[in-house]
Ligand binder design. Structure first.
Ligand code: SAH
Length: 385
């Protein structure tokens, strides 16, 4: 497949050794009088095998291994906690070098299409015929410690933005998780739907996506990577320009009404919902691809028949699939999911209007791993205490 990715115009400077691309290793290798091909060797150790300890990089000369250690090459994250849900969703608590913590979630695919985070049809097409031997796992990644967006229904932002994550920290969530997989499992897709607003950390996430797609690294197709945003319009356009629509876009809409949406999501005051939808129209999706619309259903806030009607009108003519997510409970808010009948009525209205719509059952809600429940491993409680 021809890749139409344009290298992002101004790819941010690498923040650490472990997030360098092979060509970014070359000046250092020249300084150390090492041949150029070492750049690919080092890159493969880190990004293909997920190994950061240079002492174990057996095809490098000892002097270079020592130099890398001296210059601080080390794993950006370490697993400090694990929880497994009754539905097999797994949540990992990761600690970074400054002891800040974030969570990542592993979601094994099941045979029920209703419980998928994404419709698998697209993935099956991408996958060929090996799906019977190996179990595919979608990994939900965090991209910030906390979040600045302040959406009322989301636990992740309750502490505000503590700091950005680096590209190395973002991709190392995958190497950390790979050690946890069963032999038959593999990570087949990633979604930036964990803690944080990916488009508010554009430099790091764009580098992370490119690192993951690098042929000497995970070589994961950009089409298996989803960026979920609350609607930062200029950055949606930037993502479109830099990645030519190869990266899947998901947009959290939650209401077609500006007053309701602004109340739920302060970012709507800056980028009203119609502007967000215009950016979605501009986003270059392939002929068979759709932009995901996320709609968290909240009792008495955005769950009426009228809300459904307005959503249909708002999205008319935009190639979307709608994921309806009944609100997952979080601490410190009265907001809750509508009764089942209201959820069904909303779903049926969209279906009746000819929309592609999926009702998402919560995955991992018994271990607080469902949408909007991810927190900072105690940090939330500490900060609110
Ligand atoms: N910042 C990104 C990704 C974060 S969360 C974004 O806004 O899209 C991924 C999805 O979970 C978003 O659609 C978010 O709105 C939704 N979400 C947040 N809290 C939730 C909750 N308590 N219940 C259900 N969905 C929630």
């Amino acid at each position: 497949m021809q890749c139409s990715v344009q290298w992002p115009q101004k790819l941010s400077e690498p923040q650490s050794l472990s997030e360098r691309f092979p060509d970014e290793w070359e000046p250092l290798l020249a300084e150390l009088q090492e041949p150029r091909y070492r750049s690919v060797q080092i890159f493969r150790w880190i990004h293909k095998r997920g190994l950061f300890n240079s002492a174990e990089m057996t095809d490098l000369p000892l002097s270079l291994r020592e130099e890398l250690l001296k210059r601080g090459l080390s794993a950006p994250t370490a697993i400090v906690g694990r929880r497994i849900s009754s539905d097999k969703t797994r949540k990992l608590l990761l600690e970074m070098n400054d002891r800040r913590r974030v969570e990542t979630v592993l979601i094994p695919h099941t045979s029920s299409p209703q419980s998928e985070l994404f419709s698998l049809s697209q993935e099956d097409e991408l996958d060929g015929n090996d799906s019977r031997d190996s179990r595919r796992v979608t990994q939900c990644l965090s991209c910030q410690v906390g979040c600045a967006m302040g959406c009322r229904f989301c636990a992740s932002g309750k502490v505000g933005l503590i700091r950005q994550m680096t590209a190395a920290e973002i991709v190392s969530q995958i190497s950390a998780a790979q050690g946890e997989l069963k032999e038959t499992e593999r990570i087949s897709a990633i979604v930036l739907m964990g803690i944080g607003e990916p488009l508010h950390n554009y430099g790091a996430i764009s580098r992370a996506l490119l690192l993951l797609s690098h042929p000497d690294g995970q070589a994961m197709s950009l089409r298996r990577m989803t960026v979920s945003t609350c609607g930062l319009v200029p950055e949606i356009d930037r993502l479109a320009k830099d990645f030519g629509g190869e990266v899947q876009l998901a947009v959290s809409i939650h209401s077609a009404d500006d007053a309701v949406r602004s109340d739920l999501m302060p970012i709507n005051r800056k980028y009203p919902v119609r502007e967000v939808v215009e950016a979605m129209r501009r986003y270059p999706t392939g002929t068979h691809e759709r932009i995901t619309v996320e709609y968290t259903l909240i009792r008495r806030i955005n769950d009426s028949e009228n809300d459904a009607r307005r959503l249909v009108k708002l999205l008319r003519g935009v190639p979307v699939k709608v994921n309806l997510i009944p609100m997952n409970p979080i601490e410190c808010t009265q907001l809750e999911a509508p009764p089942e009948a209201a959820v069904d009525a909303f779903y049926n209205h969209l279906r009746g209007a000819g929309m592609m719509v999926f009702l998402r059952r919560p995955r991992g809600d018994d271990i607080a791993a469902a949408c909007g429940q991810l927190a900072l491993g105690g940090e939330l409680r500490r900060n609110l205490a």
